[in-house]
Write a protein that binds this ligand. Sequence first.
Ligand SMILES: O=C(O)CCC(=O)C(=O)O
Ligand SMILES: [Fe+2]
Length: 485
Amino acid sequence: MTTPISQDPGGSVLGFHYPLPVNCKTECYLPVPIGTSTNIQLTQNPFCHCVIPNIIKDQDFVDRLQEEILDLTFSEKNNDLYKFHQSLEDLKVIESPLISRLRSFIYKDLLKWIQEVTGIELNNNVDMSCASYRYTDILLCHDDELDDRRVAFIYYLVPKSWREEDGGSLDLFCVDSKGEPREIVKSIHPKRNTFVFFEVGPTSFHQVSEILTEDKTRLSVSGWFHGPPVYRPPAYVEIPPSPQPYLSIEEEEFYSWINPLYLDPETQAEIKDTFKEESQIELHCFLQEDKYEALMTVLKSKSDSQWKKQGPAHKRHYWSLDNESPDIVQSCVRFLQSDAMFLVLSSLTGLRLHELAQVSDDDDSDDECDNKKDTKGQAMCRSVVRRWTHGCYTLVHDSDIESGSWALDAVLFIDCDDWKPEYGGVTSYIAKGEKEELLSVCPKANGLALVYRDTETCKFVKHLNKLITELPNKCFYDISSVYYE
Ligand SMILES: O=C(O)CCC(=O)C(=O)O
Ligand SMILES: [Fe+2]
């Protein structure tokens, strides 16, 4: 049994004549709609979503709508999660004829239909904007949950020639037992004049994969239907591996690693002055050249299977080294975690990372630091060896315990000659809840980037995009250490 959604054929300006499906709570494949040659697919897996191809019958309307959208002003949106352009105008009130008609189609006809099909209660709150994704743009894994969003929708206006290889698929993730995204189980490739909607909930993890075509634009109109908020279970909080106190290594071993420049008291004093002023500094040529080269050679010789993929996708994607066999990489980590290194870092930063560290009088000037130092115990450190390839990133997330404490970040970059910020892979520091970037660190070969961050600062590594495939190596490595006073 079917019922046309539009009671008045004249009123259905966009030619929406799909029959109303009955009892669509389970996976089903709806009958061919009247007047079109395609099918609606409503699916429950991995979460309730629906693809309506060819939704608007009038192709001329679609083409003119696109022209009207392209006349809007777009502004760049760029942060840890995304890079694309979004319309500036408020589409809630915009009066351009075709966009207004699309809006009323979505918020009258479609809203009613979606409520019936999904059983989700919706109100008349409207959210709608246009997005334009170009080469290397992306929207990483997220769940859309915010306040009373209940159903997300996207109407695609990509060129007819859009192919799978052009990227920009809407990827849907399934979740693991902790409710975190595990893997992509479905990719919806954008098609002109296709309308997609899905239920927003704790498991609605999805992403827009990177745009890989240089000459086509993925244009879309998207937004949310709102309704009574639903219960959201608290997000899983992960416990990072515990930091460790410093290790003892042979003096000789320590001196074989470090560039002697950084042991010179005068240089140390200069670095410390800059660091105290700016809370950050980049130390060039940090390792002795022969050690750096040897370290790089061994890292490059590691097989893919020695690199372990780190997730989940709504927090991070990079490769970390499963370092079991003793080799030069492990020696470098031991050097970075050594008591001598804690002491040198104290001299370079003025932080008290070692009981023998001299803390000068002017170190007591900062009240905030004072309070913190009163409560400190033994200094600790944690290190990870990472490989950054095309598609890697980290995201800022609410349940990040890591960014809840004062810490000194020390990242040693390897094999990243000629790295350009537009490739991604840049570490950005931002104040919690703010958009403005406080600092960005671009990988520099054999550079040690030191950043002292407070509890209100978080960091992320920007998505590494397709531009890195220009480079012969197509990746870089780092050893990231965090020191706690
Ligand atoms: O454009 C798409 O396919 C999805 C967009 C999306 O997920 C969003 O804007 O939150
Ligand atoms: Fe989304």
